[in-house]
Write a protein that binds this ligand. Structure first.
Ligand code: ADP
Ligand code: MG
Length: 574
């Protein structure tokens, strides 16, 4: 049962959360907080949703095996002991009478505001096939789920926040992919094949080549999302006619650019994930390809369980890389996102074992701690000290080459890109705001030099931090050396001029003047390694210096004799 007694209380909380999320004052305060200090660690929130009986199976013949106790807890029969029940407590429990709006407003809407702070958020629907994951995430036209509601609110929020006269300009893009049998497939571009998942130097997870569509209205979203959803790989099992056999991931990015100084920019990512079912293969009647699919799905979910356990136990190695799903979720679980896991369960007794295992997974997940941070940097055109001309720096081929390979593949549409500026050459992966402007200028010059020499390597500013530091140090040293040489050259030129003037006065060329009359200049001859002909070396050997060598040799011999004597004495003694 739904936590009926606390429904009113929940509604009040939801209304308060919605008001806080939507009110302009609330948002202003949030963006300031995000900009100045790192938010505290955030635990993964876990909600459980119990769907009602479907197909009219409810009744005395099939009593529910799960029961809600209040707005946060539930109990389930203990199969080991029929006299007992197992109790679980979560951040929220939604019973069979709860509506789509209840789940959205109670658990999802409150985390959306973090996107406007430049932080990441993710919503995952977990549970056995047929328990209501797709209903919760997608819903139907009559009962829209989390995805359409979140998109509607987010677009509205960004329109308001990004309106003319507001401090930030905002834009939203979407990507939609599925992980099917450990392959990452772009649902907006099904022809693109299996995509790779990468991590940038700041720990952000990227999928190079994944389509990214700008959306400014809900109609825009539907235009891309609906045909893409039809591309999803779905099959039929005994458990569910429309069972999803893949993990569907909708990625929504909110990009913000400050309109006035200091021209900051922020990016917040929202993952909305409808996971494939965690059903037990033995019960689904899966054979052949279906069994293979289930195997792959369960491998991903099994690794997901291992990741959660490793995070809970504080193990040094978290096996994110062991599956595509966990690799993708790396910055959502134990990472930088505000995450909510919605475990969907079914009341029918035939789901009992899957329900217990889903509840156990949910209980373990709620111990995971994330560390959300603000993805903030300076907009490229805000870097004042860089005074290189746009033409000089941004020939189209150079500009393309200078972008990181990942960014190039993503093909970001950048609907509200700042005017092309010198520093567009900089990799967006670097935290430019923290860079010394003088250093930055020098790096840009080097970058330009490399580009003009046709260097095919990665742009300088995309190189790892340590390498960059070494490069910067070398540049510094070279600059100092050049300065020293310039000063010396000036001195020499001045001396030369002075000598010439003197020569003119005396009508006597310097070379012919006696040594004693020569002026001694401060300049010393350049130290050069001179390779002398063998003859000269032999002649030198006959010079008085050779005496010294001989004497030295004699000295060594004498020393050797003394040592030999000592050794002889020792031998004699032994
Ligand atoms: P899953 O995605 O977990 O496999 P579905 O979302 O497809 O499960 O749900 C299975 C069936 O149950 C669907 O027919 C769906 O409409 C129905 N259903 C799920 N949750 C609810 C709910 N809360 N209220 C009404 N029907 C639901
Ligand atoms: Mg589904």
């Amino acid at each position: 049962m739904a936590a009926g007694g606390s429904t009113q209380q929940r509604r009040r909380e939801m209304a308060a959360a919605s008001a806080a999320a939507i009110s302009g004052a609330g948002r202003c305060r949030l963006s300031k907080i995000g900009a100045t200090r790192r938010p505290p660690p955030a635990r993964v929130r876990v909600a459980v949703r119990l769907r009602p009986f479907v197909d009219g199976t409810a009744g005395a013949s099939d009593p529910p095996c799960v029961r809600g106790m209040d707005s946060c807890s539930l109990e389930i029969a203990n199969w080991r002991n029929h006299q007992e029940t197992l109790k679980y407590q979560f951040d929220a429990f939604y019973g069979e009478r709860s509506t789509q709006q209840d789940i959205y407003a109670g658990s999802v809407q409150p985390i959306l505001r973090h996107l406007l702070e430049g932080q990441n958020a993710s919503v995952l629907a977990y549970g056995p096939t047929g328990a209501g994951k797709t209903h919760t995430m997608l819903g139907s036209p009559e009962q829209p789920g989390v995805i359409p509601r979140a998109l509607m609110d987010l677009l509205q929020l960004t329109r308001e926040e990004g309106a003319e006269g507001r401090p930030w300009a905002l834009s939203v893009t979407m990507s939609y992919l599925e992980i099917y049998q450990e392959k990452v497939l772009d649902l907006l571009d099904p022809a693109s094949g299996d995509l790779v998942i990468r991590e940038d130097c700041r720990g952000n997870i990227l999928i190079p080549g994944l389509s990214q569509k700008p959306i400014s209205s809900f109609a825009d979203f539907e235009r891309h999302f609906l045909p893409a959803s039809r591309n999803r790989t779905v099959g039929a099992t005994r458990l569910n006619q429309r069972s999803s056999r893949s993990h569907a991931v909708l990625l929504v990015k909110v990009d913000q650019r400050e309109r006035l100084a200091p021209f900051r920019q922020r990016e917040g990512k929202l993952y909305l994930i409808d996971l494939a079912g965690s059903e037990d293969n033995r019960r689904t009647g899966n054979k052949g390809l279906r069994l293979k699919e289930s195997g792959a799905i369960n491998t991903s979910l099994f690794v997901l369980g291992k990741v959660v356990d490793a995070l809970n136990q504080g193990l040094p190695r978290v096996p994110y890389r062991d599956s595509k799903l966990t690799r993708l979720l790396q910055d959502s679980l134990g990472g930088s996102a505000h995450s909510i896991l919605i475990a969907n369960i079914a009341p029918e007794r035939r789901f009992y074992l899957d329900t217990v295992s889903a509840l156990n997974f949910a209980a373990r997940s709620k111990e995971v701690i994330n560390r959300p941070f603000t993805n903030e940097s300076l907009q490229p055109h805000a870097l004042g000290p860089v005074k290189l001309s746009q033409k000089e720096l941004l020939g189209p081929p150079e500009a393309k080459r200078a972008r990181g390979p990942e960014e190039e593949e993503i093909g970001s549409p950048e609907p509200m890109a700042a005017p092309a500026s010198a520093s567009q050459k900089l990799s967006p992966l670097q935290k430019l705001s923290s860079m010394d402007p003088a250093m930055l200028e020098r790096l840009l010059s080097l970058d330009r030099l490399l580009a003009s020499q046709g260097s095919q390597g990665a742009p300088l500013l995309s190189t790892p931090k340590r390498e960059r530091m070494v490069l910067m140090k070398t540049v510094e040293e070279k600059d100092l050396e050049i300065e020293r040489l310039k000063t010396k050259q000036k001195e020499l030129e001045a001396k030369m001029l002075a000598q010439k003037a003197e020569e003119k006065e005396n009508h006597c060329p310097t070379m012919l003047r006696p040594l004693s009359h020569r002026t001694v200049t401060g300049a010393k001859p350049l130290k050069k390694a001179v390779v002398m002909p063998l003859q000269l070396i032999q002649e030198q050997a006959a010079s008085p210096n050779a005496e010294i060598h001989i004497l030295k040799n004699k000295g060594r011999k004498r020393k050797a004799n003394i040592l030999g004597l000592a050794a002889g004495q020792r031998c004699g003694a032994s």
